[in-house]
Write a protein that binds this ligand. Structure first.
Ligand code: PGA
Length: 251
């Protein structure tokens, strides 16, 4: 069976001091939570400190994005090898805020995914439809396009490291989560595509996370769905107690 994975995406919140204090507190809270994989994605500046505070805890640190070149004259960019050296084991790629605010295209996401693998980072690849796309009945088509781009050129070994996050854009930061049935429907669709494209074994092993207004009080119902293997949590991951409750709901 798939081990659940719960990841906290802090977005552009928390400086180093706050981040390290959180990591220490959360580490103590979660010390007995062994049946779930836990990941924290702080801002770039706090990755090193958080990874250090989580060393040997089993809780992994992730970046929230990376550039696809490994170094060079790219002012403001951070590369995958830099994240790896700072202590990250994973990196979130293709988040809808990156796509919408910073203009990341499917082709960019694909390049970043390949750069992550080259640096030894596991990608958490985000896909999801906007409200407009959902209302136009285009949800599955949009998911297929984004998923195909994320999988482009990957070997079976690489895919085995990939985590997929289904994040309907209309549910992110809005307080309006997908219903458990809507989440399950999208996750089952994604797994069906993985099965068709990559085979049953690879599809059945892949962790598919739901993200979008996951909170302590709705986490259990969403996480209970058969094809929901965990959560990517934004706002509610900023409080260690709340994040711990969500992680506990995944067990
Ligand atoms: P939210 O964000 O939980 O604040 O809706 C989820 C995400 O963006 O990953």
């Amino acid at each position: 069976m798939r081990v659940p994975l719960v990841a906290g995406n802090w977005k552009m919140f928390k400086g180093v001091a706050d981040a390290v204090a959180y990591a220490k507190e959360f580490r103590a809270l979660a010390k007995d939570l062994t049946a779930v994989e836990l990941v924290i994605a702080p801002p770039f500046t706090a990755i090193h400190g958080v990874a250090d505070a989580l060393r040997n805890s089993g809780i992994a640190t992730a970046g929230q994005d990376c550039y696809w070149e490994k170094d060079g004259a790219f002012t403001g960019a951070i590369s995958a090898p830099m994240l790896k050296e700072a202590g990250a084991a994973l990196v979130i790629l293709g988040h809808s805020e990156r796509r919408r605010v910073f203009g990341d295209t499917d082709a960019d996401v694909s390049r970043k995914i390949h750069a992550a693998y080259a640096a030894g980072l596991a990608p958490i690849a985000c896909i999801g439809e906007t409200l407009e796309e959902r209302e136009a009945g285009r949800t599955f088509e949009v998911l297929d396009t984004q998923l195909k781009a994320a999988l482009d050129g990957l070997s079976a070994d690489q895919f085995a490291q990939m985590v997929i996050a289904y994040e309907p854009v209309w549910a992110i930061g809005t307080g309006r989560n997908a219903t458990p049935e809507q989440a399950q429907e999208a996750h089952a669709h994604i797994r069906g595509r993985l099965r068709a494209w990559l085979g049953a074994e690879a599809a059945d092993k892949c962790q598919i996370l739901y993200g979008g207004s996951v909170k302590p009080d709705n986490a259990r119902a969403i996480l209970q769905q058969p094809d929901v293997d965990g959560a990517l949590v934004g706002g509610a991951s900023l409080d260690p107690q709340g994040f711990f409750q969500i992680a506990s709901a995944a067990v």
